[in-house]
Design a protein around this ligand. Structure first.
Ligand code: TUI
Length: 315
C-alpha cells in the first residue's frame, strides 16, 4: 500500500491530488476524487467569488473528506476569491500562475494549508521561507499554463533545495508515473489530464473525447510570445495562435483571439475553436472511467511496479 507523509499532512488515503483546472475542476469532480481517497480541488480559474462560494458550499454537501481550492493568481477576481476561501475555511489552498507570497499570512491565519505550484527552485525556496506547507513542482508536460522545466529535471532539484514535502505534477497519469515521482523524492503527485477523462468530470464529452483521441504529439505550446505559455491540443485555434506568433506579434489581436476560449471548449464542446488544454500524457489515456477506478488502477499498478522493481533488483 502506497502511503507517504503527504497522506498524514492532508488527511488523505492516497498521495494523489487532482489539479484545480479552470472550468473543469467543479465540485462534482473534486468531491469524487476526495471520496475516492485523494485530494479533490475546485478550480477557481477566472470565475467571480460567488461561483467559487457556491462550489465550496456544494462540495461540503458531497463529501466529509478534505478538499481544496486552486486560486489562479492572474484572475481579475483574485482578491474576492481569497476572502471567500478564507471565510469558508477551505482545508487546502493551492495556487497557480504566480507568486502567492503576499497572501500567505492571510491563508495561514484562516487555518488553511497552503500549497503553491512552483516552476523553479528559486520560487520553491522563497515559498519555504514564507511558511507554506508543501509545494507542487509542475513540469512543462502539464496542460494549461506551464513553466520551462520538465518534471524529470524539476522535481529532484526542488527536492534537494527544500525540506518541505514536494508533490510532482506534469506527465503523470498512471502507476508508473507515481512510482517515478516517488523515486525522484516526491511525496505525492498531482494529475489533471487523467481526471478530465472521468465520468464525474462535467466537461463536455467532446473535450474528453479530444483527449482520449490525442496521441503522443497531440499537444502544442502556444503563447510563448505573451509570457504566458499554454499547452493545449493541436486544433484550429492552436494553428491560428501559431500563425499570429509567426507574424509580427500583435498583443491586442492575440489577446482578442484568446477571450472565452477555455469555456468554449469545456462547456460548449467546441474542440476546433476552443482552447482544449491538456498535458502531454493525454496520449496514454484511452478511455473515460469513474474517478474511483482511475485511482484504484493507479495504486494497483504502482504496487505491481514496486514488486517488479524489487524482483528485478534481486535477479
Ligand atoms: O496555473 C496553472 N495552469 C493553468 S492556469 C490557467 S488559466 C490561464 N490561461 C491563460 C493564460 C494564463 C492562465 C490554465 N492553466 N498551473 C500552475 C502553474 N503555475 N504553472 C506555472 C505556474 C507558475 C508560473 C510562474 C507559478 C508561479 C510563477 O511565478 C512567477 C513569479 O512571479 O515568480
Amino acid at each position: 500500500m502506497i502511503k507517504t507523509s503527504l497522506c498524514d499532512l492532508l488527511g488523505i488515503q492516497y498521495p494523489i491530488i487532482q489539479g484545480g483546472m479552470a472550468w473543469v475542476a467543479t465540485a462534482e469532480l473534486a468531491a469524487a476524487v476526495s471520496n475516492a481517497g485523494g485530494l479533490g480541488i475546485i478550480g477557481a480559474g477566472n470565475a467571480p467569488g460567488d461561483y467559487v462560494r457556491n462550489e465550496i458550499r456544494k462540495i461540503k454537501t458531497m463529501t466529509d473528506r478534505p478538499f481544496g481550492v486552486n486560486i489562479m493568481l492572474l484572475s481579475p477576481f483574485v482578491h474576492e476569491v481569497i476572502d471567500i476561501v478564507c471565510e469558508e475555511r477551505v482545508p487546502v489552498i493551492t495556487t497557480g500562475a504566480g507568486n502567492p507570497g503576499k497572501y500567505i499570512e492571510k491563508f495561514k491565519r484562516s487555518g488553511t494549508k497552503v500549497i503553491p505550484v512552483v516552476p523553479s527552485v528559486a520560487l520553491a525556496k522563497k515559498m519555504e521561507q514564507e511558511g507554506v506547507d508543501a509545494v507542487i513542482a509542475e513540469g512543462m508536460e502539464s496542460g494549461g499554463h506551464i513553466g520551462e522545466l520538465t518534471t524529470m529535471a524539476l522535481v529532484p532539484q526542488i527536492v534537494d533545495a527544500v525540506k518541505l514535502p514536494v508533490i510532482a505534477a506534469g506527465g503523470i497519469a498512471d502507476g508508473r508515473g507515481l512510482i517515478a515521482a516517488l523515486s525522484l523524492g516526491a511525496e505525492g503527485i498531482q494529475m489533471g489530464t487523467v481526471f478530465v477523462c472521468s465520468d464525474e468530470c462535467t466537461a463536455h464529452e467532446n473535450y474528453k473525447n479530444a483527449l482520449v483521441k490525442a496521441g503522443d504529439r497531440g499537444t502544442i505550446v502556444t503563447g510563448r510570445a505573451t509570457g504566458h505559455p499554454v499547452r493545449m491540443i493541436k486544433n484550429k485555434l492552436a494553428r491560428q495562435f501559431q500563425k499570429l506568433e509567426e507574424a509580427i506579434y500583435n498583443e491586442d489581436e492575440y489577446e482578442k483571439l484568446g477571450i472565452g476560449r477555455l469555456k468554449l471548449a469545456v462547456v460548449d464542446g467546441d474542440v476546433n475553436m476552443g482552447s482544449v488544454m491538456a498535458g502531454q500524457i493525454a496520449g496514454i489515456i484511452n478511455n473515460v472511467r469513474p474517478v474511483k477506478r482511475i485511482i484504484e488502477e493507479i495504486i494497483d499498478e504502482a504496487d505491481n511496479v514496486l514488486m517488479a522493481l524489487y524482483s528485478k533488483s534481486r535477479r
